[in-house]
Structure formats: C-alpha cells, structure tokens
Ligand binder design. Structure first.
Ligand code: SAM
Length: 336
C-alpha cells in the first residue's frame, strides 16, 4: 500500500510540474523554480536556453545582460567568483521577472531599463529610441571635426542644436566631452524630452542643456526664437524609408516609437526641414552633422546644390562597415 501511495504522490507531482510548465509557456512567463539553488552561471545558461527555445534574438547576450544587471554589474565580465555564487531568493525572482519580460520580445535595453552609450550610462524607457552603435561613431566624428576646426582652444563658448534627442545620448555625450558647450535639444515626443532631462540630471549635465518639446516640421519659428544662433547642428533623425519599416525586427516594431524611425516615402521627411532650418540658424561656417541611410548622401548633396544656396555639402563619411552614413554640411560665409 505504501509503495502504491508513493507512486500516486510521485505521479501527482510530475503532473503538476507539467501543467505549470505548460501554462507558463502559454503566456510567455516562466515562474522561478521554488526553493531552488541556482548559481549565476547556471541561470545564464538556463535563460539562454529558454530564449533560444522561444526564438529570442541574441539569447546568450540577453541572458548575460539580465543577470549581470540584477547582480549590479556593468557588463558580463563580472568575476568568476560571482558567477559561481548562488543567487539569493530576491535575485532569482528578479532574474525570472526580467527574463519573462524578454520572452515577450521586449528589447533587453528596456528590460534592464539602462544602456551604455560611449562613456555614459543612460536610463532607457519604451518607446524612446534605443541609441545604436553607429551614433557613437557620429559623436566621435563631430568631436574630431571640432578639434580640427578649433584646435585645442577651450576658451570660446560653443552652441549646438540637436534635433530629435531621444534619450539624450548625443547631446549628453557632447556636453560631457566639451566643457564650453551649451546644447539646445528638441524632440516631438514628450516621453523623449522627459527621459533626456532625467538622464541629464543623473549625469549632472542639466545646467548647460535646454530641452524643448518641439517639432522641427511644424515649429520652425519657435525653434529659431529659442535657439538662434548655433555653431553646429547635429541629428540622427528618423530616416528609414516607410516601405522598409516592415522589414524591422519584432523587437523594434513592437516596442520602439515608429516616429523615431519612419522618415516617410523617401526617408527625408524630417531631414528636409532640418536643412531648411540650418541655413537660418547657423553662424557663418557653422556645420551640420547628420546620420542618414546609405542611399541618402548623393540625394542630400543634390538637394543642397539645387535648392539651398546658403549651404555647402562638405563630405560624406562611412561607418565602420564602410557604408556611407554621415553627411557634413557647412553654412557659407559672407565671401561664399
Ligand atoms: C532615430 S531617433 C534618435 C534619438 C537619439 N538622438 C539617438 O540617436 O539615440 C529620432 C528622434 O527624432 C524624434 N523626432 C521624429 N520626428 C521629429 C520631428 N518632426 N521633430 C522633432 N523630433 C522628431 C523622435 O521622437 C526620436 O526621438
């Protein structure tokens, strides 16, 4: 009788586990294993497997970012000792909570609510655009260009306008690197404006930054009255062609603001007003730095040569993968 009873109990436990696994898989959530001792290393492997099973992109990296974030580590390069430590109950619950969010295809940057951009750690919040690595290249390019123009001069003040600041990645990086810089940043999204302010405050850069809720297409006059003049303008605007939007990953389409990405039929719907504004806003020989799609540089060059006599197309720069992605323009001086 005892053996039979034991057999029934065992059967019940197995049945309950299967039901629990099945219902978790159905709503995409995974419950933390109760009373389970698990090390960080094991949790990384387990979650990488879960992610792979559910078709989540970059399964191992996602798992590593989540676990290092929960353990308060910057990157996955935390020490082996920590990897072998057993997670506390609280840590385990948090890993399972964040892992379940990632299973819904939420980008890992929104799951852990932070992301590094150059030397800055920024708060991330959906649906504000997550800064991409090529934009770090844009910032490097500007810093290098300004150094060439200005030498090592730290005496003169500089003024800059960023159109479409998102989380504040570009403006805050520039402010961190150039102590004499004052930045006017604008975005048509209230969430983006709030996030830029929050990141500026966290980094102690708020005193040299003015953030405005403005739309570069509709609010040209207000922008001119608030920011005029500036020594340079920088933007990573929405530049995707509308027809390419549907080719984006579910992670991007489902969570990031489409107006941060979609540049209209030809990808230039925000770039055109930026160019029109530049010739009015820039000081003589002031520059415009744009991140664009690889198809855009020759089109922008033609647009400027044919329609914008006040601007000069200086050059196109390539990104690390050798695709033409950055345009540098200049306002003409009085002598042309
Ligand atoms: C590609 S995201 C870039 C965000 C940030 N600068 C970065 O590089 O991470 C483009 C940003 O432009 C903003 N934007 C789109 N259309 C705009 C418009 N007409 N006026 C002002 N901002 C706009 C979006 O809200 C979004 O934050």
């Amino acid at each position: 009788v005892n053996v039979l009873l034991l057999f029934y109990v065992l059967l019940l436990v197995v049945f309950q586990s299967v039901v629990r696994l099945w219902s978790n898989a159905a709503d995409g959530a995974v419950a933390p294993p109760a009373d389970c001792r698990i090390t960080a290393e094991q949790a990384i492997r387990l979650w990488a497997q879960h992610f792979t099973l559910h078709g989540i992109s970059e399964p191992l990296l996602s798992s590593q970012y989540i676990i290092s974030h929960v353990l308060g580590e910057k990157t996955v390069s935390f020490s082996l000792i920590m990897l072998r430590d057993t997670l506390t109950d609280r840590e385990r619950e948090r890993v399972w909570e964040l892992g379940s969010k990632r299973l819904t295809r939420m980008p890992v940057q929104y799951v852990i609510e932070e992301w590094d951009f150059r030397d800055l750690n920024l708060k991330m919040r959906p649906p504000v655009f997550i800064p991409r690595p090529e934009t770090e290249e844009l910032v490097n390019l500007v810093l290098e260009d300004l150094r060439l123009i200005r030498g090592e001069s730290h005496t003169t003040d500089l003024r800059c306008l960023e159109v479409g600041c998102g989380s504040g990645a570009i403006s805050l990086s520039l402010l961190r690197s150039i102590p004499q810089l004052r930045v006017f940043a604008l975005d048509q999204s209230q969430t983006a404006v709030c996030l830029t302010m929050e990141n500026a405050n966290r980094l102690g850069l708020q005193d040299r930054l003015d953030v405005h809720l403005l739309d570069v297409i509709k609010d040209a006059d207000a922008i001119l009255s608030k920011c005029n003049p500036v020594d340079f303008l920088i933007s990573n605007p929405p530049y995707l062609l509308s027809q390419d939007m549907e080719t984006l990953q579910t992670e991007i389409l489902g969570f990031e603001d489409h107006s941060a990405l979609d540049g209209g039929l030809d990808g230039l719907s925000v770039i055109r007003p930026i160019l029109a504004l530049s010739s009015k806003l820039l000081t003589q020989r002031g520059r415009v730095y744009l991140e664009v799609a690889p198809c855009h540089p020759p089109i922008i060059q033609q647009l400027i040569e044919e329609m914008m006599p006040g601007l000069l197309y200086l050059e196109t720069r390539c990104d690390l993968t050798n695709r033409p992605r950055f345009c540098i323009l200049q306002k003409k001086g009085e002598d042309g």
